[in-house]
Design a protein around this ligand. Structure first.
Ligand code: NOJ
Length: 853
């Protein structure tokens, strides 16, 4: 059953909680939201905005257009570049992947994936990872780094790019976004939160890819998301990114409620720029733009990589935007706003001072090459091979070690160092025969897995394999080391395993971006099982080895049921995607230098069906529809609601020590019901349009002498092409009158009173074991309302405790933590009902609970 609530022009779809039926996709409709809100320097943005405005004020129309438009795929050094402003000596801005380091970089680091950052549940490490990555991007002269990721969030456990992001929980992802954005931008690079929004699977995100797999689709998949789910689940971590002052947001390929992510006025103008008061720029994902004026009016600010399709030589923006302004279909104030948003992000991160020139190139790792790679022009020094790694290997190793999640341990870990013979099994223990960068964009899995595939990758400067690191350690200790890396050499495996004191068995599961198919996995995983018959490998080892320790390198949850209860499987570590220091960080944990303190950022189920939601992996219709009928109930919320026992629940993870919780106290800091809806009007749009002479924007006379092939330019061909008139536009798109501030808006991240702390929770945690270690104190909220998840994560804190030590851990809950989105009021609202706070070490192991009063 679907309720359609019609409200002052807004259509909001809510799912009645007790009637879980299929909404008719035809109802998935995205309401228009115009005009596009202009940047106003709110929050911390005043100084940057003022400088940006002054800068943009002196620009000609074509110079402004140049800031908004990419120069075309492979036309410049980076995966995306905008045009230059030669008159002011203003260089091209460079946008470069990825969320875990510099894609195509040389002498740069391969950081652990976003998922591993989330696995640490450690805010400081998340920040430091962001800072270190930011330093590297800046060192290469990259203006905008294309990360972090909060879409996909993880609706589907098979989602190909879940590992690029953080967690299937919005709160944990929100913290990952916040800390990463802060870190990156503190280093002076503009962070790009992506993919906004609802980009939960790879298949059907783009028509071309879908067709390549034989599906006769005409438009991208539509993620059909109701208003409440949008606010409380998918938008939540983006709100945190905006609150952290993220400078850029990348809109996604697929449609949301049957309107493309990069032309969806409700998402861009409405939620992002009005409600969240986002002050930065919206850039398109690469070729995710499908219109010119319509996208601009809907809130798109930058076209990436600029051309309509890769290397087409034409653009929806570029000269067409100049034309649109001249013929009256696009108001100049919208172009000014785009340029001002771009320049505000630039000034906000202080890129006007000592920012290095881009000194890397995406299309070759050689020193010399074509700057205009596609057209093979401008040959010269393109890679200065600047070593930007600094001491980042330390944070990489520390974070990866602390990300390790100990799933099972019968006491065999940590290793004592006195085991006589260590054996390692599986291709995942060693190096791929092609070298760590041997598969383009890491599209292969035949050695140890340390990142997934696609654009979310970086080149490895080196990759320390588990075999190398463990061998080095074992040799120091005088242990014997044997290894069989062929996953199928069962007879050698059994023989070796029989003699070993401990059998470290390495297994993996990989996924990535949809343009690469690895072994039938078209980005998304085709199943949740281990690759290379990992289950059989483990069972073979365990058949002759009484001490089988399994290490899993994986992009997300995998099914463990075939062997998890096997008595010879004595310990299991989930290591995720650890990046370049893989083997070292693992050795730190195996030998006990680091006490594992990772916790699951998703649920590990017993069976695939237990997750409920399914990928849309076929389509008989021209426009695939994906109805998010489960609403808020993904991952642990679904398991709780349906009383399904997972194998390992969200938040779970063991330690080499034990902890005790006591003295739970709750202190009220402010009135939880004291939320104040924002009021008033935004400033009037006082833009004056000067009369522009089309003749000023023609291709320059000497153009043929410097033209670059397939490059996107901002000029028009002929004055007679400019046909002024009245063009159709969405209602209100040209409106320059003052607009009301949305009740839920008023400052970057949304209404400031949402973020006022209202309760302080304190609890005493004691290390009751025999080893120093870190505990992740998790705070869950239960509202008791039938249409809410049973519990939701609302806070966490990681704390280090020596043996016997006790510490008081204090965390705060703010109003947003306690409120719900009302589709009727179009605002956050307090709910009735007794709220209970549960504190413990996972989403199913609560040590203490108390009422919120
Ligand atoms: C497409 C991917 O979806 C996006 O994440 C990436 O930043 C761009 N390509 C540029 O490579």
């Amino acid at each position: 059953m679907v309720n359609i609530i019609l409200l002052a022009g807004l259509v909001a779809t809510t799912l009645a909680a007790d009637l879980p039926t299929q909404p008719s996709s035809a109802l998935a409709y995205s309401p228009p939201y115009y005009p596009s809100p202009r940047i106003d320097g709110g929050g911390d943005w005043k100084a940057a905005y003022q400088r940006a405005k002054a800068f943009v004020d002196q620009l000609t129309l074509t110079e402004k257009v140049n800031l908004t438009t990419g120069t075309g795929w492979q036309s410049d050094n980076c995966v995306g570049n905008v045009g230059t402003i030669p008159r002011l000596n203003f260089p091209s801005l460079c946008m470069q992947d990825s969320p875990l380091g510099i894609r195509f970089g040389t002498y740069s680091s391969a950081f652990p994936a976003g998922m591993n950052a989330a696995m640490t549940w450690d805010r400081e490490l998340m920040y430091l990872r962001g800072l270190a990555m930011g330093e590297e991007f800046k060192g290469k002269g990259v203006n905008m780094a294309l990360g972090p990721v909060a879409g996909p969030l993880g609706r589907h456990p098979e989602g190909g790019r879940n590992w690029e992001g953080f967690s299937a929980d919005p709160m944990l992802t929100g913290v990952g976004m916040f800390e990463t954005v802060k870190g990156m931008q503190d280093a002076g690079v503009i962070a790009t939160a992506k993919h906004y929004i609802g980009n939960e699977q790879e298949l059907f995100r783009q028509v071309g890819e879908g067709r390549q797999w034989g599906f006769n689709i005409t438009e991208s998949l539509s993620s059909n998301i109701d208003d409440r789910t949008m606010h409380e689940l998918y938008l939540w971590p983006f709100a945190d990114a905006v609150r952290a002052n993220v400078g850029a947001i990348m809109c996604s390929y697929q449609q949301v409620n049957n309107s493309y992510g990069c032309a969806n006025s409700k998402l861009l103008n409405g939620l992002l720029k009005d409600e969240l008061d986002f002050q930065g720029l919206v850039m398109s994902d690469w070729s995710a733009q499908h219109s010119g004026v319509a996208s601009a009016l809907a809130g798109l600010d930058m076209s990436m990589p600029g051309d309509v399709t890769f290397n087409s030589g034409d653009s929806y923006f570029g000269g067409n935007m100049t034309m649109a302004v001249l013929n009256g279909s696009l108001p100049i104030w919208r172009v000014d706003d785009m340029a001002t948003r771009i320049m505000s992000a630039y000034y906000f991160t202080h890129q006007d001072k000592n920012f290095p020139e881009t000194n890397m190139n995406s299309w070759t790792t050689d020193d010399y090459g074509y700057l205009r790679y596609y057209s093979k022009e401008h040959y010269g020094l393109v890679n200065k091979q600047v070593d930007v790694r600094g001491q980042h290997h330390k944070i990489i190793r520390e974070l990866s070690a602390k990300a390790n999640i100990l799933l099972k341990n019968s006491g065999v870990l940590p290793l004592t160092g006195k085991e006589k013979q260590i054996a390692l099994f599986g291709s995942d223990a060693g190096e791929t025969p092609y070298g760590p960068n041997g598969h383009p964009d890491r599209g292969g899995n035949d050695g140890t897995l340390a990142m997934g595939w696609g654009s979310g990758t970086a080149n490895f400067p080196y990759l320390v394999t588990p075999l190398e690191a463990i061998k080095a350690k074992a040799l120091q200790l005088g242990q014997v080391v044997q290894s069989v890396l062929d996953d199928y050499a069962y007879s050698q495996i059994k023989d070796t395993a029989r003699q070993a004191s401990v059998c470290l068995t390495f297994v993996s599961a990989d996924s990535g971006e949809g343009y690469i198919d690895v072994d039938g996995n078209r980005g998304d995983r085709k199943n949740l099982t281990l690759w290379h018959n990992g289950d059989d490998l483990i069972k073979t080892v365990a058949s002759t080895c009484k001490n089988t320790v399994v290490v899993i390198h994986s992009v997300g949850p995998v099914l463990l049921e075939e062997w998890i209860d096997h008595p010879n499987v004595t310990a299991v570590l989930f290591a995720g995607l650890p990046g370049q220091e893989s083997g070292n960080s693992l050795t730190d944990v195996l030998y006990g230098a680091v006490n594992p303190s990772g916790r699951l950022p998703f649920t590990i189920a017993k069976h695939r069906e237990d997750y409920g939601v399914k990928l849309t992996n076929s389509s008989t219709v021209a426009v695939p529809q994906q109805d998010f009928t489960e609403g808020l109930f993904i991952d642990y919320r679904h398991f709780d609601k349906n009383e399904i026992t997972p194998r390992y629940e969200f938040g779970y993870g063991l330690s080499y020590t034990t902890f005790k919780y006591s003295h739970l106290k709750i202190r009220r800091l402010a009135d939880p019901a004291g939320y104040k809806p924002a009021k008033g009007m935004q400033a009037k749009n006082d833009a004056v349009s000067k009369k522009l002479d089309p003749a000023d924007y023609l291709f320059p006379k000497d153009f043929s002498s410097w033209k670059v092939g397939n490059f996107i330019y901002p000029y028009i061909k002929s004055v007679s092409d400019v046909k002024q008139g009245s063009y159709p536009a969405p209602k209100g798109a040209y409106d320059t009158s003052a607009q009301p501030v949305p009740a839920a808006g008023g400052a970057p991240g949304g209404n400031p009173s949402l973020y006022e702390n209202v309760y302080e929770i304190s609890v005493v945690v004691t290390n009751t074991g025999k080893k120093a270690g870190e505990e992740v104190v998790q705070v869950y909220l239960e509202t008791g309302l039938a249409d809410d998840p049973k519990i939701v994560l609302r806070q966490f804190e990681k704390v280090m405790l020596r043996v016997g030590e006790s510490k008081t851990v204090k965390v705060k809950l703010n109003r947003r933590d306690l409120m719900r989105w009302s589709v009727v009021k179009q605002d956050w609202t307090c709910t009735e009902g007794k709220k209970v706070v549960h504190v413990g070490c996972s989403s199913r192991q609560f040590a203490l609970s108390a009422n919120l009063a």
